[in-house]
Design a protein around this ligand. Structure first.
Ligand SMILES: Cc1cc2nc3c(=O)[nH]c(=O)nc-3n(C[C@H](O)[C@H](O)[C@H](O)COP(=O)(O)OP(=O)(O)OC[C@H]3O[C@@H](n4cnc5c(N)ncnc54)[C@H](O)[C@@H]3O)c2cc1C
Length: 770
């Protein structure tokens, strides 16, 4: 039996992918709440687990072992993952404000954005010191330092400011790693000097005396110079000064002082403590707004100040998940009681650690093994993910609805039963879409006589004198639960044909289908999707002049696009112009199909998908211009038929043969791994039919790039033939335009009537050096 829980009724938005939110996402994945959609907005796809960070720096763990893949976790939970930075809230409108995309509405909001070392409190620190957070940036600096120290002989001085557990542990981890690297290269590890600055007399001020003594001993043994009661008051390029006037010249200054809060929180109107952290009750609900929760370092519990430690953030996760759920169900919230004493396992660089809990102290290699076991067990909860059955569909919807919402949800379901793809009623098709378009203000062009400014039954557009019209249409279902990004990609995809022809985009009309649901949710989805699309259309001077929306089982978007070209056909790039002796250039990497299929099966790394999405969102306009400037003889855009299918469309009308250098195909990160795992797109099987046009398919056997010839692309790159003499310059120009994987992938041969037209080469040859 169907119930209204199948329709999206409520949105929980999670800001930040901290230690509490990963627990919330996992729990919602295991036990979804019918009708409730989760959206995670985070600056990073890989979120670090702080407990293992020093072990990563020391070289005991790989990058992936210490990071949780948020995109994959979100996919597991059926949650939307938006990679973006949150910069504020509009609490009146119940919206989250993001750096790149339109505001994201919420019914319940939770904030778990952590903290940053308070660099702003000391002059020069934000310019010249490296804060340990955000970890992504610290990691970039750390890898650069590692490389610098390994490559260049000579003394390196590293100063760490902050002698709490984080600062001490990080100092020892960096020293352990760098000394080891120098020893391995036969260099003197004493080239390295480490200085640790403590504002108080004691290091590890919040731990017991025996723990402090252990670390004092270790730091002395390792030759780390500890500066006590040495509060750093000024940082310059390559130098720091303490309040007492001591100065130290240092090649790297790492900042691990007490936690500071994100500045944007100050404009939210939420009650904050003196340090700027969000005040929450024991239920983790903010003091000022019952719809907003906060957890982890960025939250300050009323009347119960807590140390900023990941252990609390982790433990808040289950209560936060439960309270978000209860809050939507209008049930009493649970109280979270932090433990009075908590266990810290602090490593000393090597595989040795010290345990600290109130007055308890223990140390040894066994403590490190224990810590390692606990940390790996925690991480396994987010690594071993299998697709879940859609439990939400089998449950009844318990979210309380008002009368109007209940009516809309029921009618949405009735429409679904009545057949998907039904035409939208005037209300949705007219009022809603026009409301969205009115909010978006696409660019206007002088050659649009009737467009969105004064909409009519149809748009009227003038074809300027001397120009001919180029028409194309494309339409497809959303393959990613991010309407804004999908809108961008769909617009790019549709524009691809115009640019491949060498034309200029003039106007577009949109066709949209959206699944039925509450009007305000549909309106938001359309707003997100069309604002992404319009930004892309605006960028290339293409005016949106109209559109039509309908109801469908899936979110889908397409465009009919008009382009302009000289009426004498000057500059037209056709598929059929390839000449023997030309080389083949592909502007973007392939592998989108297998990667998206793997993502749906939780078999792709989130950062592979990030890269694939970024490539799909990259416009082909500058690439097409560049190919024309370098005298391309033929061109097409690579989409659903895959590279081989589209190449065949060029080879036939050109009456030539081609040779493809398999080694030289540009491939997206992860695509070889996923295709070798046997994961292919549903279109792959149909595309495989084009293999009969291969002269020597056996050359492809076992080659990792061979299956990718058949991989369908979305908003793929341009494939062009270029005279050999322009190819080097063309590749250099494409790369300068941001097509960093643009490559020469083969050459055009004279036709051979007696053989199949496409020949494979596993070794590259006759390619330009660029
Ligand atoms: C070297 C070191 C070692 C440590 N070791 C330990 C330890 O062993 N045990 C322990 O308990 N604690 C440890 N800590 C402390 C621990 O790092 C923090 O207490 C913990 O990370 C806080 O977790 P959180 O969930 O609040 O936020 P975080 O883990 O910091 O996560 C915040 C997330 O929010 C995202 N984010 C931030 N701002 C935005 C924004 N504006 N928009 C969108 N997303 C945003 C970030 O990208 C990140 O994914 C250590 C700290 C350091 C520096």
């Amino acid at each position: 039996m169907q119930d209204v829980g199948q329709v999206v009724l409520r949105d929980i938005v999670l800001v930040g992918g901290g230690h509490s939110h990963v627990g919330v996402i996992k729990r919602f994945g295991m036990r979804p709440l019918p009708g409730v959609r989760l959206t995670v907005i985070c600056t990073d796809t890989d979120t670090p687990y702080s407990g293992m960070l020093p072990g990563y720096v020391a070289g005991h763990y790989t990058y992936d072992e210490v990071h949780i893949d948020l995109r994959r976790l979100a996919e597991f939970a059926g949650a939307r993952f938006y990679r973006d930075e949150v910069i504020g809230l509009d609490r009146d409108q119940r919206q989250v404000l993001c750096r790149d995309r339109p505001p994201v509405p919420y019914d319940r909001l939770s904030i778990n954005i952590g903290s940053m070392p308070a660099v702003g409190l000391v002059e020069g620190a934000s310019e010249y010191a490296v804060p340990v957070k955000p970890i992504r940036r610290f990691n970039e600096r750390w890898l650069a330092l590692l490389e610098r120290v390994c490559r260049h002989a000579g003394r390196t001085t590293i100063a760490v400011v902050g002698a709490g557990a984080g600062g001490v542990e990080l100092t020892l981890a960096m020293q352990y790693r760098l000394r080891g690297e120098l020893q391995r290269r036969g260099r003197d590890p004493d080239e390295l000097a480490f200085h640790l600055f403590a504002a108080e007399r004691d290091i590890l001020a919040t731990h017991n005396a025996r723990v402090r003594r252990s670390f004092e001993r270790v730091l002395t043994e390792r030759g780390v110079v500890v500066h006590r009661a040495a509060e750093v008051s000024r940082v310059y390029a390559g130098r720091l000064c303490t309040r007492d006037g001591e100065t130290l010249a240092a090649d790297e200054i790492v900042w691990v002082t007490q936690a500071g809060a994100a500045t944007w929180l100050r404009q939210t109107g939420l009650a904050l403590d003196a340090a700027g952290f969000i005040e929450v009750r024991a239920t983790l609900q903010t003091v000022s707004d019952p719809l907003i929760f906060a957890a982890g370092d960025c939250a300050a519990m009323l009347g119960r100040p807590l140390e900023k430690a990941g252990v609390f953030a982790v433990r808040q996760g289950p209560v936060l998940a439960e309270n978000l759920r209860r809050s939507l169900l209008e049930r009493p919230l649970r109280v979270w009681r932090p433990q009075r004493r908590w266990l810290a396992l602090i490593s000393t660089g090597g595989r040795y650690a010290v345990a600290s809990r109130a007055e308890m102290h223990a140390e040894g290699a066994w403590v490190w093994r224990w810590k390692d076991w606990l940390d790996r067990r925690f991480m396994a909860r987010f690594g071993d993910l299998l697709p879940m059955a859609d439990q939400a569909r089998r449950q009844r919807a318990p979210v309380p609805l008002d009368e109007n919402e209940a009516r809309q949800a029921t009618s949405a379901l009735a429409m679904r039963c009545g057949g998907c793809g039904a035409k939208l009623g005037a209300k949705l098709g007219g009022t809603l879409l026009s409301r969205v378009l009115a909010a978006l203000h696409p660019i206007e062009r002088a050659d649009v006589l009737i467009g969105l400014r004064a909409p009519d039954d149809a748009a009227i557009v003038r074809v300027p004198p001397g120009k001919a019209l180029v028409h194309t249409v494309d339409f497809f279902r959303s393959f990613i639960d991010d309407p804004w990004l999908f809108g961008r990609i769909a617009a790019n995809h549709a524009l691809g044909d115009i640019f491949a022809m060498g034309a200029e985009a003039q106007t577009a009309t949109a066709i949209v289908t959206a699944p039925p649901g509450l009007e305000r949710k549909i309106e938001d989805t359309l707003l997100q999707m069309l604002s992404g699309a319009i930004a892309v259309l605006d960028d290339v001077g293409c005016a949106l002049v109209g559109g039509h929306s309908g109801e469908g089982s899936d979110l889908a978007l397409g465009f009919a696009i008009n382009g302009l070209i000289d009426e004498n056909m000057a500059g037209v790039l056709r598929k059929g112009g390839m000449r023997p002796g030309d080389v083949l250039i592909l502007t973007k990497a392939i592998g989108v199909g297998t990667l998206l299929a793997a993502h749906a099966r939780l078999r792709a790394r989130g950062r592979w998908i990030d890269q694939a999405l970024a490539v799909m969102a990259q416009s082909n306009a500058p690439g097409a211009r560049c190919l024309r400037e370098h005298k391309a003889t033929a061109c097409t855009d690579v989409t659903g038929f895959g590279l081989l299918g589209h190449l065949l469309e060029m080879v036939g009308p050109s009456r030539v043969g081609v040779e493809i250098a398999l080694d030289d195909l540009p491939v997206l990160d992860g695509a070889v791994e996923t295709s070798e795992a046997g994961i292919v797109s549903s279109l792959h099987a149909a595309n495989l039919r084009s293999r009969r046009y291969l002269r020597n398919p056996e050359q492809g056997n076992g080659h990792p790039h061979y299956p990718l010839l058949f991989d369908p692309q979305t908003a793929g790159g341009l494939l062009a033939s270029i005279p050999l003499e322009s190819a080097d310059a063309c590749l250099r120009a494409l790369r300068a335009l941001g097509y960093d994987k643009a490559a020469c992938i083969g050459r055009v041969l004279p036709a051979d009537q007696h053989a199949e037209p496409i020949c494979l080469q596993a070794q590259a040859r006759a390619r330009p050096s660029g």
